[in-house]
Design a protein around this ligand. Structure first.
Ligand code: TYD
Length: 206
């Protein structure tokens, strides 16, 4: 059975994932590949509803409940959207995946990172990305970009700088533990340079 390629983008809020996902999609399309571009949370109709809760619910959501909500979104998304695309042989470009939960719910909300990962691995029946692109940016620079771009912050973006510092450190640890899966790019570089670095790594996969 032919199998596609599963690429995930990770990084803090404001690290430029969306821009790079678009550039990667355009380049792969020009190479004649069929692409599915998707995201978590919110890559399905059920997921859109979960996304609204986790990002915009007014009032408290306990850390474990938050972790379960992201895992529920992920379970449905992987089973109904991502696995079918990979089975068709598509290249899947996905904004955020399990590493987001390990970094945000693990280091950010301070849950046991191994437990958070295990929950998502159960949810997805163990689907791993072929490549994860980490756009690394310090929290102050990321916040500056967000402040320019918008007026309303979601529940996670509204967290203190110290929360975002922990998330960043957790991402870098994840990347150091699995260097063969991760490409870490300095998100402060010019957009074109980042895109070039991503293309050269992705072309090795195809
Ligand atoms: P996203 O829509 O990617 O926001 P942005 O464009 O700002 O990166 O993600 C929404 C938020 O959800 C983001 O702050 C990170 C958070 N998140 C988690 O905390 N855990 C998760 O498992 C995922 C997928 C996202």
């Amino acid at each position: 059975m032919s199998r596609g390629v599963f690429i995930t983008l990770e990084g803090g809020d404001g690290s430029g994932k969306t821009t790079q996902a678009e550039l990667l999609q355009d380049w792969l399309a020009s190479e004649g590949r069929t692409i599915l571009r998707t995201r978590e949370p919110g890559g399905t109709d059920v997921g859109v509803e979960v996304r609204e809760i986790v990002l915009h619910h007014r009032g408290d959501i306990t850390p474990r409940a938050e972790a379960l909500l992201y895992a529920a979104d992920r379970a449905h998304h992987i089973a109904t959207v991502v696995r079918p695309a990979l089975e068709r042989g598509d290249v899947v470009i996905q904004d955020r995946y399990i590493d987001s939960s390990v970094a945000y719910q693990g280091a950010g909300r301070v849950l046991d990172p191994d437990a958070v990962r295990a929950l998502s691995e159960w949810a997805t029946e163990g689907l791993q990305p072929d490549l994860t692109i980490l756009l690394d940016l310090d929290a102050t620079a990321a916040r500056g970009r967000l402040d320019e771009a918008r007026t309303r912050y979601d529940r996670l973006e509204a967290e203190a700088a110290e929360f975002h510092d922990r998330v960043r450190a957790a991402y870098l640890e994840l990347a150091a533990a699995e260097p063969e899966r991760f490409l870490v790019v300095d998100a402060a570089l010019p957009v074109d340079e980042i895109a070039d670095a991503i293309r050269s790594r992705v072309s090795q996969l195809l």
